[in-house]
Design a binder for this molecule. Sequence first.
Ligand SMILES: NC(=O)c1ccc[n+]([C@@H]2O[C@H](COP(=O)([O-])OP(=O)(O)OC[C@H]3O[C@@H](n4cnc5c(N)ncnc54)[C@H](OP(=O)(O)O)[C@@H]3O)[C@@H](O)[C@H]2O)c1
Ligand SMILES: *[C@@H]1O[C@H](CO)[C@@H](O)[C@H](O)[C@H]1NC(C)=O
Length: 290
Amino acid sequence: MRLLGVVLCSLAVIVGWVAFLWRDTFDPASLSGARVLITGASTGIGEQMAYHYARFGAQIVLTARREAVLQKVAEKCLELGAKKALVFPADMASPSEPEKFVRFALEQLGGLDYVVLNHIGWTPFEMWSGDVAHVRWLMEVNFLSYVAITSAALPALTESKGGIIVLSSLTGRIATPFTASYSATKFALEGFFGSLRHELAMQEKDVSVTVCILGLIDTESALNKTRDVVDMKAAPVSDTALAIVKAGATRTMELFYPWTIQLLCLIRDWFPEQRNGIIRGFYNFPSPSA
Ligand SMILES: NC(=O)c1ccc[n+]([C@@H]2O[C@H](COP(=O)([O-])OP(=O)(O)OC[C@H]3O[C@@H](n4cnc5c(N)ncnc54)[C@H](OP(=O)(O)O)[C@@H]3O)[C@@H](O)[C@H]2O)c1
Ligand SMILES: *[C@@H]1O[C@H](CO)[C@@H](O)[C@H](O)[C@H]1NC(C)=O
């Protein structure tokens, strides 16, 4: 009886602690009028984040390459309640675009509260083929443009005590097959923004850095690539986008979505063989000897 009491009490404490850690501290009003930049906002997770920010009444500047598609997203943002929704079409492979984008946003909004770094260049989902030029290009699009946007936006974010939200991936923490170039760009982001977060704290600058470690999300581009090859349930894009917006607003350091991704990250360094076995277990790939 006594033992049962101890066990039940311990369980209650653990459940209470987990509930405390997972409690929703998000205040929707904190995003009303917030000045937000979103990259890769024409489709996928970026588009859905734009709609969530719009519902909370934010002022948004959207970028991606396709102007007409961006315009449609901006119109829908206004219908959903955005206080402003402007577009800046740009190709982030061009080294001069990131700074122009931030300058445009600062002129239009007069300051910045959140910078959401989300775009990625197209990359094949296949074995590394030796294409070095592709890696160089992808580094520019997926990594260097993030650095350049951050550099241009930091003074404004420091003033507003704002936040940077960076879209990483499971493959930014644990390498996966068929993603060598993409994975490299995400590891680069993790290193850069992890280091920057330290330095902001050391300088007592109150700018939050939220890194989002995502599993498979059901955007069209991700499903197109992984269908028939990866056996993993994809999380819904709108829920994912909302979780990211909330994580940024609550200044969360790391978001794992879906949460099961965190389990894989936990075993990463302790059980490397098992980790790699689990990762390759998700792939349907015919053995060459079969
Ligand atoms: N979906 C997943 O399963 C998954 C998993 C882990 C992490 N993530 C991360 O989540 C983020 C969003 O993924 P997603 O699946 O939503 O991607 P997506 O649907 O492919 O959207 C990519 C966005 O980037 C823009 N873009 C492409 N090339 C560009 C360029 N050269 N310059 C500027 N913009 C460019 C695209 O618009 P335009 O074509 O109009 O330029 C589009 O808006 C990425 O950082 C990705 O790594 C996704
Ligand atoms: C996905 O594949 C379909 C069919 O091949 C194609 O029409 C569509 O453009 C692809 N979408 C993306 C985002 O790659």
